[in-house]
Ligand binder design. Sequence first.
Ligand code: NDP
Length: 605
Amino acid sequence: MGDGATDFDPAAVRAKYLAERDKRLVPGRADIRDLTSDEYFASFREDPFTPYAERDPVVDDVDVVIVGGGIAGVVAGAHLRKNGIERIRVVDQAGGIGGTWYWNRYPGVMCDVESYSYLPMLEELGYIPTRRYAFGEEIRLHLQAVAERFDLVTDALFHTGVAGATWDEDAGRWRVRTDRGDELTCRYYVLAVGLLNLLKLPAIEGMETFGGRSFHTARWDYGYTGGGPGQPLTELGDKVVGLIGTGATGIQCVEPLAEAAKHVYVFQRTPSAIGVRGNRPTDPAFVEGLEPGWQRARMDNFQAIMMGRRVDEDLVDDGWTHDYASVHHPPRWKGMTTEEYLRSSEENDYGIMEAHRRRVEELVDDPATAEILKPFYRYLCKRPCFHDEYLPAFNNDNVTLVSCPGGFDKVTEKGPVIDGQQYELDCLIYGTGFEPEITPVFRRAGHDIIGRDGIKLADKWADGTISLFGMMSRGFPNMFIMPAPGQQSVVTVNYTQLALLGAEFIGRTVGILDREGVRAFDVSAAAEEQWTQDIVDGFVDGSALMSACTPSRINNEGHPESFNPRNGNFGRGFGDYFKYRDLLEGWLEKGDCGGLELDVPAEAP
Ligand code: NDP
């Protein structure tokens, strides 16, 4: 969207950005109600989509237990099957397959990463998404189809949370207890617990006094609103609805709410940068032109562009590959000094953000509303968004934007109070997101993981990650953790691509271990020290740049200095996906399990 900046005045731009940041750097902005322990709001986590069915506890011994039936768990299971693993049990708190796509069924939910790269295993399933950007329901049903194809559903335990997992040295197995009394033992334990699985509710004074209906977007109450994903919200015609949050989720549900509700108040703390979406049905000619291997090639093409590598053609050709890639890896001409490079990067960023601000002016009729919707910060300070109907929705008479850069004063029985003004609502919807993806895996998993000698993963990683490849850790034999941001692997915009890499690694590793008759593997001390040291050495301290950002998840809500180098990525900055993949593939091809200590029982005489 960037079209060059003709009026770039660095000092004025920086001053404006800092002033906007400061409005939002208010004490308590990151305070949350912890839904893992909060008694009042615990019901916000309940499943509104699938009725809970009583069942007897299961006692079983299997090859693998996978915790999580989202993208990561499904592709891990698929690759374990491809490597000959027979008994797999997926355990998930949800009532079915899908993970984030199971829970997030709010109206308008879609994935803003191109569907042809995001939906996994399209070639294996012979499926082509119906649109360039898929709605959530299509993604959920596709994940369900992948799970069925690899027979991961029959033995799955849904509406089941793992209560604890302990390594049993004598048996050479993990003992897994669930909150439904199940006792599972398994040779391999795979944590695929999701990145954004812990709902975040801000802590706002008086929020429990609200007398209307309220829920989080990740547990949309269609019983109250009427309709369903992709259908009109039939019960809201006489309701005044408030939506907190204008991140990637909030911006997607405004238009369906505007179409249905008597009135919608959108409470905005920080505006998102809303780029062009350009969704469209899949062109049959595109499908006809696809050659075998096309999906990995397409994912690689996207990934390469996001990493600033040269490609012959931009296959995805959207806001990610234009704006995000250009800001992430600004062009550097031969002979440019560092100062010139920094200045041209800033100017490029300004040009892109100006284009976003102009787009707001073009699409929103009321100049005062448009002004509030303009994002004043550098592009990568917040996760960018893409949508074509969100901004025009503010032209409806029944939609009011309420600016609250400092948050809410409080919530009363009637609704929120902001700057002394009471907003009276029938329904208050929290589009307030999730604990960040860098939340340590032992918290995201929600249960104690106890390895050799009674050591808890939470204690071992209390001061940061210690791992081999970001997927295994010494003292936790036969355990794999799917790669994730902040966990010594790499960050990718297309998470599916990282999940597939982790899944293939785990599947093939287990295949090798089984072929070699290995009873248990552990990571050697030297291997994980070396890996962790490499991560620390590659850590890029971006706190100088990030502290000028508006507070967000990306800069740790205004505290980028507290990022722990041990929770960094492989390669510099966000990490180098291709180097990481080459390293893992090289390791698998060598097949000697370097860095692992293997317990191979002596053959019976
Ligand atoms: P976010 O954390 O991105 O946004 C939460 C929103 O709630 C922000 O607008 C935030 O304001 C606001 N908020 C939080 N606390 C308060 C408060 N006390 N008062 C007022 N406003 C408040 O969550 P999302 O659910 O939107 O997105 C989370 C992630 O999910 C995304 O980053 C993305 O990774 C993923 N996602 C991906 C999609 C896709 O298409 N691929 C679609 C949807 C989500 P502020 O900005 O000031 O913090």
